[in-house]
Design a protein around this ligand. Structure first.
Ligand SMILES: [Fe+2]
Ligand SMILES: [Fe+2]
Length: 166
């Protein structure tokens, strides 16, 4: 639904979110836009089907982004890749739980905690964790970009946890 330019975005893109690595910044911007779409859908009082589909898109894209980022970190020899991947696993579980909590208990009291969580994890993870690999990735930019390309070509992210193609 179009609301004109007056409505404020829930989460604005900040300069400090920029890593300078295109594949990463594009993904992070898309995640920010999905969180804003979720906020709009909730504020507009959209039904469970609409909100649920945005939550699913957010989960799927988070999964895709995390896996691709992990390949890129590995390709440039970033030493804390394993610790970072464990953080991703943790966040994925939390995003899934937030989605399930909303879908099971579609009440007003769940909206604010879900949105607060979405905003916080993204900003904190980008600023607190993603920023740590930036110098190593910039020093090995070709290897990182190549890994991102291979990942997209292989369509690995379309595999479910069971290894089935979605
Ligand atoms: Fe990350
Ligand atoms: Fe990231």
């Amino acid at each position: 639904m179009f609301h004109g330019a007056t409505r404020m975005a829930f989460l604005d893109w900040k300069n400090e979110f920029n890593t300078g690595i295109e594949a990463i910044d594009t993904d992070h911007k898309f995640l920010v836009s999905l969180i804003n779409q979720l906020d709009e859908a909730l504020r507009d009082g959209q039904n469970q089907e609409v909100v649920g589909s945005v939550l699913n898109a957010l989960y799927d894209y988070t999964n895709y982004h995390f896996l691709r980022e992990e390949k890129m970190m590995k390709a440039c020899g970033y030493t804390d890749e394993k610790e970072h991947a464990a953080q991703h696993q943790d966040l994925k579980t939390q995003v899934m739980e937030a989605r399930d909590a909303y879908l099971k208990q579609q009440t007003d009291d769940i909206k604010q905690p879900v949105m607060d969580f979405m905003k916080t994890w993204l900003a904190d993870h980008i600023l607190g964790h993603d920023m740590q690999y930036v110098s190593s990735m910039l020093a090995n930019r070709d290897a990182a970009e190549n890994a991102a390309r291979i990942f997209d070509n292989n369509k690995d992210w379309m595999l479910t946890e069971n290894g089935d193609v979605q």
